[in-house]
Design a protein around this ligand. Structure first.
Ligand SMILES: NC(=O)c1ccc[n+]([C@@H]2O[C@H](COP(=O)([O-])OP(=O)(O)OC[C@H]3O[C@@H](n4cnc5c(N)ncnc54)[C@H](OP(=O)(O)O)[C@@H]3O)[C@@H](O)[C@H]2O)c1
Length: 249
């Protein structure tokens, strides 16, 4: 293994800024970067450092970085880590560098991870496949593997799980402890397990050929509404509306 993860050095504010800019470019947000080398240098290496940076080196070359700071939860009474940036340069992806550098802030600070800023999110495909390529039959899985089900549960607990509408329908109930995200072409699809619905109301009347069925006020209670005015990059005003399923009597 040729990766070394080390704390950024005081003469490396320029390197950190260039990694920030590479990350922003990757996310097509370069136009939003206002940081300067002096500002980053002061935050990382000034008399009261508020920001910390780990550099991942691959064979002596900077391959990626993590920038983090300590925050505090007044509810838990504990300090935590906020991971602002995690980035691995494209030629160095797939070497496990991201995972390695991601773990360092927790080890260095002894604090708990409390949030992730621009961390690249990992999308994981999970599937069980038979020797002949079969993964399902008649809407169900044609085998029973208890340990594999427990492993799936452990791997997904606390995380969002995305599945097709048919797979979701084959479950006895939504997978507990996880946000169940169901993909369907049916705009009127409603899950009996869904208890909260987040709707962005776009205050415009465009031509269209696919419609969302009106939210039934007998089944759903509006619990929050945030109105937003159109900004320079928006074509309409819009509102974020949260509905909660009414308890059936
Ligand atoms: N072995 C395993 O690891 C495993 C894992 C999961 C499932 N399975 C099995 O696989 C079988 C189901 O497979 P499947 O592929 O037929 O069902 P699926 O992927 O669970 O569901 C298919 C449905 O998902 C929706 N969908 C898929 N792609 C979409 C897209 N890009 N945009 C919008 N909607 C989209 C469509 O719903 P609408 O028809 O509503 O538009 C489509 O009919 C079952 O037998 C299940 O038990 C096995």
């Amino acid at each position: 293994m040729s990766v070394i993860i080390r704390r950024a050095r005081p003469d490396e504010a320029g390197l950190v800024l260039s990694l920030v800019r590479e990350l922003a470019e990757y996310e097509k947000l370069l136009h939003e970067v206002e940081a300067t080398e002096a500002g980053i240098g002061e935050a990382l290496f000034g008399s009261h450092p508020r920001l910390f940076c780990e550099i991942a080196e691959w064979k002596g070359e900077p391959a990626g970085f993590a920038v983090w700071f300590i925050n505090f939860s007044t509810f838990s009474g504990r300090s935590g880590i906020y991971l602002e940036d995690l980035f691995v340069r494209p030629p160095h992806r797939g070497k496990g560098i991201g995972k390695g550098v991601d773990r360092v802030p927790d080890r260095r600070s002894g604090a708990h991870r409390a949030g992730a800023g621009n961390a690249l999110m990992e999308v994981v495909l999970i599937v069980a496949v038979a020797d002949n390529g079969v993964i399902g039959s008649g809407g169900t899985i044609p085998w029973r593997l208890k340990a594999d089900q427990q492993r799936l549960k452990a791997m997904t607990m606390g995380k969002p799980v995305v599945m097709g509408r048919k797979t979701f329908m084959s479950l006895r109930r939504p997978l507990p402890g996880r946000t169940n995200i169901v993909v369907t072409r049916d705009a009127s699809f409603r899950s009996p397990g869904a208890v909260v619905m987040e709707v962005t109301e776009v205050h415009a009347r465009p031509e269209g050929d696919t419609h969302l069925a009106a939210v039934d006020p007998a089944g759903w209670e509006e619990v929050a509404r945030v109105g937003n005015s159109a900004g320079p990059d928006d074509s309409a005003d819009y509102s974020y509306v949260t509905y909660r399923r009414r308890k059936s009597r």
